[in-house]
Write a protein that binds this ligand. Sequence first.
Ligand code: DGL
Length: 269
Amino acid sequence: MDDRPIGIFDSGLGGLTAVRALVAAAPWESFIYLGDTAHAPYGDRTPPELAVLARQNVRFLRERGVKALLVACNTSTANSMQVMLADNPDLPITGVIEPAAGAAVSATESGRIGLMATAATVASGAYERAIRRLDPRAAVTAAACPKLVPLVEAGRVSPEDPELAAAVEEYAAPLLAAAVDTVILGCTHYPIIRAAVRRAVGPDVTLIDSGAASVGALLRLLERRGALGDTAKTGGRRFYCSAGRDTFVDVGSAFLGWDMSAQTELTTL
Ligand code: DGL
């Protein structure tokens, strides 16, 4: 048993989609969450820039004594996983891409899978590689969606928001044209605007939540190492963001369903 917290990071609010799934699946686990809002969006950055930010985030969490790392950011998983693994051979690390690719391959019937993700995730080709390893016949149609993270970070998450609705429709169009039956929400921010995505893709497409998919993989990894927390306890919850604390707390609390204000601190990285 290991009662130290799990470290979780994202560029901002997106990783809270993994947090919500973690709290539902393993309420006894403590966690420290870092939303690097000062440097969001990550999705328009280059691989070298992303490596610097990933290292910074891991250092911040390691300094606070985490037992494992959940990279709740597709962009960092796609571009910086090798760097994080090489730097931290002693730390169990789970990303979001392998688990989400696995969930998509299990869900699809037609083998036609859509991917909505940031430009940096799409450019990395990480999802195509992960999906092909599992099912070489699967066809992936990807859409880079650069307008979505800034809208979410600004708190514009309602499906009634005209700019959000138009952007989601624009990005969903090539996926629908390719007749996909499954769409990977390949950016952890997107489940926060799931209602807008659902409206754009219609009722019959299966949506895969990459943040939620990663939680099962993380818990299995901890279990294999005998590092799960004490299941009789309620885990501690601590949030940090590096800019815009008010919006982070408002949008985050609405998404998580509890007031995270007293648990959230503004930090400099
Ligand atoms: N939520 C992150 C992801 O899963 C990062 C999005 C961004 O900052 O562009 O890719």
